[in-house]
Structure formats: C-alpha cells, structure tokens
Ligand binder design. Structure first.
Ligand code: CP3
Length: 356
C-alpha cells in the first residue's frame, strides 16, 4: 500500500497531534460542481453514476482537484443497502429518492432477502478499491453507511418524509416489528462497512440523518443502540492503522453524553450545537466534527471567513490541541457557488494553525 501523504484527518479523529485542522465537506462531490453535473449527464442518471466504477471514482476526485481537502469520501448513497434488500430504489426528478416496495409489516421484515455486502453491492466495493488506488495516498478515503434508523425511515415510508408518519406509527404501535427491522439493518450495515474497510476505506461515517426526529428515550432505544451495535461489530484496525468511526446524528447535539458511551471515535454535529459547549461535554473522550451551517456558503468571502474563524475559536476555546475536524453541519447544497468552499477550506487551514 502507498504511504499516506496527508494523514491529519485520521490523526485528528484519534486525537493525535496535527499541524493544522483537517477539513472536508459532507456531499463534497455533488451538483454544485459543473464537472459533477457533466459526469452525471454522461452516466445518464444518479444511480448509474454510483454503479459505474470509473464515473464514481471521477466524481469522488473532482472536489479534491479544486480544494485542499484532507479527506475523500466514497461516491455512493446510503440507500444502496435497501436497494440491495430488494426494495427497488429510483429517483424522480426534483422529488428525491423513492422505493417501489415498502416495509410495513412483520411479514415484510421476515421476507427481506439475505444480504451479503461483497456480492450484493460489489459495485460499491469496486468503487472503494478503485478510488483508493487513484488517490495514491494523497488523502484518506472515507467509507459510509446510513444508520439503521435512518435507513428504516426510507424503507417504511417508501421515500423521503417530513413527519415519518408510518415509521413512528410502527415505533409506537408495533415496536417489536421496528426492532426486528433495525436488527436486520444493523447486521447488514456491519457487513457493508467491514466490506468497505476490506476494500480500502480508511475511516467510516454512519449518517443518522433523521435521528434528531426522535424523542430522547426513543433516540437511545431505536437509533443509538443500533449504532452502538455497529461500532462493536466493526473492524477497527487494518494494515497496522486504526480505522476510526464517526457517528453523525443530525439534530443530535443534546445526546453527546450517551453517544460517547458507544465507543465511536468521533461525533459529527450540525450547526445548532455550540462547539465550545460540545467540547466541554465530550471532555477529550472523543473527537468532534462540524459544524458550519451549509447556508454560510451563500455569503460573501468575508462573511464565510468570519463564520469559519468563529467556529474555530469555539472548537479550541478550552486550549484543546486536536480532536477536531472542520466540516459543514450537513451536506453542501446544489446552489453554492463553487468559488466559496475554497474560502472555508483555506481559512480552516490558515487560521487554525495558531491554536495547534
Ligand atoms: O458526501 C459525498 O460527497 C458522498 C456522497 C453521498 C451522497 N449521498 C451522494 C448523493 C453521501 C454520503 C450521501 C448520503 C445520503 N444519501 C444521506 C445521508 C446524508 C444526509 O444528507 O443526511 C441521505 C439521507 C441520502 C439519501 C438521498 N440521496 C437523498 C435524500 C437524495 C436526494 C437529495 C436531493 O437533494 O435531491 C439523494 C441523492 C444524492 N446522493 C445526490 C448526491 C450527490 C444528488 C443526486 C443527483 O446528482 O441528482
């Protein structure tokens, strides 16, 4: 394996000393980049882009050509797992993801087919190994999955949702059915992430995009417990290097204390949580990642630099020297001017050095 030239992302996740703050952006490969839109047009549609190794590799590398990012993230989607479980994923223009089938009954859960990540999602593993070698050790590669709860919401609703009506109905009326589904998904996600690690992913992130929609007890019971199970089932070391795991519950900043107990290395935060307070709560037991409001990137270069510096001041407010990765608090949107992320990324590298 080629030696890693820039490992500050992995070092910060493990709370080892760093020269400057590492930074990447959720959804960094996406529609705000004209070159992404061009490659997607060549592929035909989003899913074909994910399934074509060469195109998936190309779009993963695109943001790294424009910006001094400290990590690459596999180009794929969290919904490949329910697709492989036979639900039939498709995207309708302007409407987000949809499934041909839903999972709403005990029978539906029992009928889910066996899942083997390496054979059922071989296109993802091919993308991981191809991207890893194309990176040539420039920066580490992040693998990812959805959390069982977040995947379950799409499977039960049949697509995106605002109120999670059917999933919450299942949760309160037939909790054992939801638990059976979440259990199946946790087992699948462990297999999926371990297969990505085998194929070359050097860190993994679990996206719990909808954990924040749960009441506090239900968050522990229906989301965090299953992420904990996943953390316990992951391969945490490969080729003599630790494989850090990041949990990101959007809207979950108030649950950092129970999150730390999962044993994950790092936690992602959205922009509603003050980083200085979060750092105090975690108190050196884990690293934190985040949390600039993605809408900040609609501003001017000056306002972006100012907001980025304020975030860094918060991140190092108590004299910390590491354990922090700069990021947005959620994915970058398609309406961002591609000139603006550079201001965010360069400000992180230049301004943070004074704290380290
Ligand atoms: O971060 C990256 O650059 C890696 C790629 C990545 C995508 N999706 C590409 C994508 C990752 C990590 C995801 C995760 C994902 N997918 C999540 C969790 C993260 C989050 O945002 O909370 C979720 C909930 C999904 C499901 C999903 N996929 C939705 C809701 C959509 C539609 C979004 C929209 O605005 O229409 C997608 C499609 C998708 N996944 C796109 C990209 C770049 C846009 C599709 C396109 O090119 O048209």
């Amino acid at each position: 394996m080629t030696a890693l030239k820039n490992d500050r992302f992995l070092r910060a996740l493990l709370r080892e000393p760093v020269d400057t703050t590492p930074v990447w952006m959720m959804r960094q490969a996406g529609r705000y980049l004209p070159e992404y839109r061009e490659t997607r047009a060549k592929a035909g549609d989003f899913l074909s882009l994910c399934k074509n190794t060469e195109f998936a590799c190309e779009v993963t590398l695109q943001p790294l050509r424009r910006y001094e990012l400290d990590a690459a993230i596999l180009f794929s989607d969290i919904l490949t797992v329910p697709d492989a479980l036979g639900l039939g994923l498709y995207f309708e223009a302007g409407e987000g993801p949809k499934f041909h089938k839903t999972v709403r009954t005990e029978q539906d859960v029992a009928n889910l087919p066996n899942f083997n990540a390496k054979s059922d999602l071989d296109y993802v593993m091919n993308a991981v190994s191809t991207i890893r070698s194309a990176l040539g050790g420039q920066v580490p590669l992040i693998g990812f999955s959805g959390s069982p709860w977040t995947l379950a919401t799409y499977m039960v609703e049949g697509g995106s949702s605002k109120d999670f009506r059917f999933t919450k109905q299942m949760m309160y009326a037939q909790p054992e059915v939801l638990h059976a589904l979440l259990d199946r998904l946790a087992v699948a996600v462990i297999d999926y992430l371990n297969a990505q690690i085998d194929a070359g992913a050097q860190a993994v992130q679990i996206f719990d995009s909808w954990g924040g929609a749960l009441a506090h007890r239900e968050y522990i019971e229906f989301s965090l417990n299953y992420m904990q199970k996943i953390v316990a089932g992951l391969q945490r070391e490969k080729d003599g290097r630790k494989i850090p795991v990041i949990l990101f519950t959007k809207g979950g900043g108030q649950w950092l204390e129970p999150m730390v107990a999962t044993g994950a290395d790092a936690f992602g935060l959205d922009w509603t949580t003050p980083l200085n307070v979060a750092r105090q709560t975690v108190n050196g037991r884990a690293a934190l990642q985040g949390n600039l409001d993605p809408a900040t990137l609609y501003g001017s270069p000056d306002s972006i630099a100012k907001a980025t510096k304020a975030m860094l001041d918060d991140a190092y407010a108590h004299g910390e020297k590491t354990g922090y990765i700069a990021n947005l608090g959620h994915g970058i949107t398609q309406w961002v001017d591609p000139a603006n992320p550079k201001v965010f990324i360069d400000t992180v590298h230049e301004y943070s050095a004074k704290y380290l």
